[in-house]
Each structure stands twice: as structure tokens, then as C-alpha cells.
Design a protein around this ligand. Structure first.
Ligand code: ADE
Ligand code: ZN
Length: 335
């Protein structure tokens, strides 16, 4: 089963580039930028990665991102993640980045986007991993701040496929960002959002009805409301589920309590993702391995999850077809 998971072609649709910052790379970049971090070793950093809830994690995650200063830093961070994709047979990655985490520290928008974008171009060329970018607004900040970010992004519009909404969910409902989502869609971005990770089903309703999102990041708490589940199915909207993240942030007590299989059995379209792999104890394939074991998923289940990852990617029809054909060829040989 592990070899099957390793080999199967797949896409990752829910990944924060700042959440791929491995302790060793954080040390190296902090050193070359002469920034001190409150840890003396990789081990010490790893020991600090023990979270009670989303906010607990976010506090450390934003602190870690604080050592990223130069375009090269963003390039190295992104390329390092894309190398891991190649090793895991991830053919395509949809990468979220949080511009406000950096622009609020005085880093220019162009520094962030150029570093990330150039790494994506090189990874396509050198590693044959395709990718696209999702610019995420931080929901703990006011809507006006998101408008400023939208404005800053416009000269780089061709490098950005979609917008997202992340950070502290509770107390920051999707409706807070209604106008900036409308303006972003007008500018050509596809609307996506985190919803139902810690927030209740009513936040997922808002994300659907007010922000008109095309994919739900997490969405666990949709299961609180049967009518919502039926609406998500009716609208053919996929959930990007993150098992190890949910365990690390105590969204679920144990992986064996994870709702992923239940979602699939209800007819929801689900994908498996790593969210912030450097912080949650595993890359994408490790997420597959652990959730497969915990829920006794079959090879057919894994195939279905991988298939969803391509079908619900923000890719054009022909590219999707190319990946789906590759997936089917693998499955025919290895099922
Ligand atoms: N930013 C990075 N990871 C996140 C998550 N799991 N939820 C909300 N915001 C995030
Ligand atoms: Zn996330």
C-alpha cells in the first residue's frame, strides 16, 4: 500500500508555502539574513511544534515567516517544496501564499511573488512539476487591508490564478470579505476560502453563498448540517481536506475519528493535502499513508482521492486529461 501511495500520480491543492518552511532551511536563511530566532537548534524548533488549536500554530507560523526577506529566500522556500513534490509523484501543486505576512513587515509584494513565481517556472522546467498560485487574504486583518493587497497584486495578475482566505477563522466570518472577494473576481481571480476548519457550518454557508467560492479548504464542519452537505454535492464543490493538520491542531482527536471516509461515503468530492507540512509532521504522501491506515482505505479509495485532486484542480481541460490518463495507466497496472 505504501508503494502504491508513493507511486500514484497526484496533485496537492491545499498548501501554504510559508507552512513548508523546514527548521533547517529556516536556520540557514535566518543566518544568511543575520536574523536571530528564539531557538538554538532544529530539535528545539521541532519541540515547539506542539499545538492546542489553530491560533497556537499561527503565532509560531507567522514568527517563522519573519526571516524571509529577499527574493532568493522566497525562491529557495518554494523550490525546496517543489523538489519534495517531484519525489512524491505530485505532478501539480496549487500553492497558497500570504502576501500580508510579508508586506506588513516592509517586504515588497514584488519580492514575494517574483521569488515564488521563478521557483515555479524552474520546477516546471527541471522537475516537470506544474504549479499555480493562490493569493490568500489574512482574515484576522480588516477588509481594507485585503483591498490594498488586491491592488498590489494587479501588476502580477498573470502569475496568480485564485484568491484564498486563511488565518484565524473564529470571529472572522467570510461575510467580512464580501466586497474584496467581489472585486477580486472582477479582476479575474477564482474565489476559494478556508471554511469549517474551526468555524461552524454557518461559515461554510457564507463562503458558498456570499463569497461564491469554487472549492472549500478543509470544510470538516460542513458535516454539522445535512442540508449544507447536500448543497455542496449539488454545486459540485470539492473539499481540500488535511488529515495531519487536523490532528496537529486538534480539529480531530485522533486520525481514526477523521471524517474523510464519511465525506466520501456521503458523495462529497474530497482531496488529501498537507496544509503546512513542516509544522504538522508529514508531507502529502505521509498524510495519505496515515489516513489510509487509520480509516482502512482501499486502493480504490486512494485512486478516487488522487483522481479528485486532478479533476478539481484549477487546470485547463487538456492538462487535466493528460494527468488523468497518467493516473489511470498507473491504476490499471497497480490495482
Ligand atoms: N494558514 C496556514 N495554515 C492555515 C490553516 N490550517 N488554517 C488557517 N490558516 C492557515
Ligand atoms: Zn490551510
Amino acid at each position: 500500500m505504501e508503494a502504491f501511495i508513493q507511486g500514484i500520480p497526484k496533485a496537492e491543492l491545499h498548501l501554504h508555502i510559508e507552512g513548508t518552511f523546514e527548521p533547517q532551511l529556516m536556520f540557514d536563511i535566518a543566518k544568511r539574513n543575520r536574523i536571530s530566532i528564539p531557538f538554538n537548534s532544529v530539535k528545539e524548533i521541532e519541540l515547539a511544534y506542539n499545538f492546542d488549536c489553530l491560533q497556537d500554530f499561527l503565532d509560531i507560523y507567522y514568527q517563522g515567516a519573519g526571516v524571509l526577506i529577499h527574493e532568493q529566500d522566497f525562491y529557495d522556500l518554494t523550490y525546496s517544496y517543489l523538489e519534495k513534490c517531484a519525489k512524491q509523484n505530485i505532478r501539480h501543486a496549487e500553492i497558497m501564499f500570504d502576501p500580508q505576512t510579508h508586506t506588513d513587515r516592509g517586504i515588497e509584494f514584488k519580492t514575494v511573488i517574483n521569488g515564488i513565481h521563478n521557483a515555479c517556472v524552474d520546477a516546471m522546467k527541471n522537475l516537470q512539476v506544474s504549479s499555480l498560485l493562490i493569493m490568500s487574504y489574512l482574515r484576522h486583518l480588516p477588509q481594507e487591508a485585503a483591498f490594498k493587497t488586491l491592488e498590489q497584486s494587479l501588476p502580477f495578475k498573470k502569475h496568480i490564478a485564485a484568491i484564498g482566505l486563511d488565518s484565524s477563522e473564529k470571529g472572522n466570518p467570510p461575510s467580512k470579505f464580501k466586497d474584496v472577494f467581489q472585486a477580486s473576481v472582477k479582476a479575474g481571480y477564482i474565489p476559494l476560502a478556508h471554511a469549517g476548519e474551526e468555524g461552524d457550518a454557518d461559515y461554510v454557508w457564507e463562503a458558498l453563498d456570499i463569497l461564491e467560492i469554487k472549492r472549500i479548504d478543509h470544510g470538516n464542519n460542513s458535516l454539522q448540517d445535512d442540508a449544507l452537505v447536500q448543497e455542496i454535492i449539488k454545486r459540485n464543490i470539492a473539499l481540500t481536506v488535511c488529515p495531519l493538520s487536523n490532528k496537529a491542531l486538534q480539529v480531530v482527536p485522533e486520525l481514526r475519528n477523521h471524517p474523510l471516509k464519511k465525506m466520501m461515503d456521503l458523495g462529497m468530492k474530497v482531496t488529501v493535502n498537507s496544509d503546512d507540512p513542516a509544522y504538522f509532521g508529514g508531507q502529502l504522501n505521509q498524510n495519505f499513508i496515515e489516513i489510509q491506515k487509520a480509516l482502512s482505505l482501499t486502493k480504490k479509495d486512494i485512486y478516487e482521492l488522487a483522481k479528485n485532486s486532478f479533476e478539481y484542480a484549477l487546470l485547463d481541460k487538456n492538462t487535466k486529461l493528460k494527468y488523468l490518463n497518467e493516473l489511470d495507466a498507473f491504476y490499471a497496472k497497480n490495482k
